[in-house]
Design a protein around this ligand. Structure first.
Ligand code: PLP
Length: 482
């Protein structure tokens, strides 16, 4: 056998050249992304045509493969790394994320058990303790794990709640349920909660979508009424989910009120902080810790507002035992002996995943290099640009309908009442910028949405966006009057 494993490892010379070329191409992408058109500039047919020519029978040279990939990705993706991207919370990745991901792929550590990757597991645990403290959770009893994202973390929350509150659930599953559970969230909650209900086998009928008030927060009176009505009908109110930064409007639900209600009726209290959790790094939002301190569990995505490359999610529980209760499957002959009775956290026993990638390194290295201070500057910058966006919208006769302190604006045309979808189409067609639309659940209103998800977005980018919006409104108004 050849030293490079039939070529799979490539020769040392080829690898060195490949790293150089890869570095060059990534640098080219990062430094030119703002000059690219933001929307995806390709049709499905074009993509399928390119791929249909590839049958994997004719090997290509390494440099050719790198150049081919670079050209395709640069040309045909929605450029979320652009300063002019204002879509949902997909960030440009910190450069330390890229460096970390390269290390992780090279060493490919297996984070299922401490017997194979104690160092990596402890680095992740260090981050979990650090963020648990930031969130105001008791860091000596709280535990957690890294996840692929908040969808997985929200599902884990439901599984922890079921295992804790329904004695037969662990072994008998749904057959062990005497009183059917009900789950509560606001109408603004991310669809991953509904999915968790569906894939858990409980079904989506058990989900109670609580109406929001005009400020888009969950209406706690309605929540309590619904819990009482369900109790009356013989259901078992099991879990309530509060938003700490909803997807559409970055709304923060009244955490303390929801916590009180969950205590009163003995519900599992879960906080979905997928995006907003990042703000807890800032002292000015430390007041949110009080509400979170009552939470039984919390989801957080560093791959959103902390600008870590996807996927990097985290799941926290107030009591570490909840994880083992929900996920452990007793001893497994093929896992190392020392991990079987270990009271310490062992990822394969305490998480949904088994084989696990070292996704914490991206966050660890970004924090190590930029520190809490660097992150605080970035977050405050984005909040400041978000304020500027809202001011400019108001000054240009756009009405902002959400009240979050964080950098997301949901707005409509106040001047001529143009249709948000038509406006969206015209704005995104320019290719110079990218926004989305959504529906706010208060009065079920269709709106435009722009969020500052890029840490490099400046006031000049906002000016460009406002110009594009004004121009789109002008075109639509004119076409209606013609
Ligand atoms: C509030 C909220 N929760 C959950 C999710 C799902 O997260 P992920 O895409 O990381 O699974 C999102 C995604 O946008 C979100 O905004």
């Amino acid at each position: 056998m050849s030293k490079d494993g039939f070529g799979l490892l490539l020769s040392s010379g080829k690898r060195t050249k490949a790293w150089e070329l890869l570095g060059e191409k990534i640098e080219d992408y990062i430094s030119s992304v703002d000059s690219l058109k933001v929307p995806q500039n390709v049709s499905l047919e074009e993509i399928q045509k390119v791929l249909s020519a590839i049958d994997f029978c004719e090997p290509v040279e390494v440099d050719e493969a790198i150049k081919w990939t670079h050209t395709l990705l640069k040309k045909h993706l929605l450029q979320i790394a652009s300063r002019d991207y204002y879509g949902v919370f997909n960030p440009q990745a910190s450069s330390m994320s890229l460096i970390a991901d390269a290390f992780v792929a090279a060493h490919n550590p297996q984070l299922a058990s401490s017997a194979s990757a104690m160092l990596c597991i402890e680095m992740e645990n260090h981050l979990i303790q650090y963020f648990a403290e930031k969130f105001g959770m008791n860091s000596s009893s709280a535990k957690g794990s890294f996840t692929s994202g908040a969808t997985e973390a929200n599902f884990m929350a439901l599984l922890c709640a079921l295992s804790k509150r329904i004695p037969g659930y662990r072994n008998q599953g749904l057959r062990g349920i005497e009183k059917w559970p009900t789950i509560y969230c606001s109408e603004e909650t991310h669809g991953s909660i509904k999915r968790a209900c569906r894939i858990s086998g409980l079904g989506t009928d058990i989900l109670r979508s609580i109406p929001v008030q005009s400020n888009l927060q969950m209406d706690c009176e309605q929540l309590e009424k619904q819990i009482l009505a369900d109790q009356e009908k013989g259901y078992h109110p099991l879990m309530v989910v509060a938003n700490l930064g909803s997807t559409s409007s970055a709304t923060i639900d009244p955490l303390e009120k929801i916590a009180q209600i969950s205590q009163k009726y003995d519900l599992w209290f879960h906080v979905d902080a997928a995006w907003g959790g990042a703000a807890l790094l800032l002292e000015e939002y430390s007041y949110l810790r009080r509400g979170i301190s009552f939470a039984d569990s919390l989801s957080f995505d560093p791959h959103k507002w902390l600008s870590i490359a996807m996927g990097c999610g985290m799941f926290f529980v107030k009591e570490g035992r909840s994880l083992r209760r929900a996920f452990s499957i007793e001893s497994t002959a093929y896992m190392p002996d020392e991990t079987q009775d270990n009271e310490q956290s062992e990822p394969y026993r305490d998480t949904l995943q088994w084989s696990r990638r070292f996704s914490g390194l991206k966050l660890f290295l970004t924090l190590l290099v930029h520190g809490e201070k660097g992150y605080s500057e970035v977050l405050r910058h984005q909040i400041k640009i978000g304020k500027y966006l809202k001011e400019q919208l108001e000054q240009n006769s756009w009405e902002v309908l959400n009240t979050t302190p964080w950098p997301v604006a949901c707005f409509v045309d106040k001047k001529s009442g143009c249709d948000p979808k038509e406006l969206l189409h015209l704005v995104n067609k320019t290719g110079d910028t990218w926004i989305t639309n959504t529906e706010l659940m208060w009065q079920k209103r269709g709106v435009l949405r722009a969020g500052i998800s890029n840490f490099r977005t400046e006031e000049s980018n906002i000016d460009k966006l406002i110009q594009a919006l004004n121009k789109a409104r002008e075109i639509l108004t004119k076409s209606k009057s013609d």
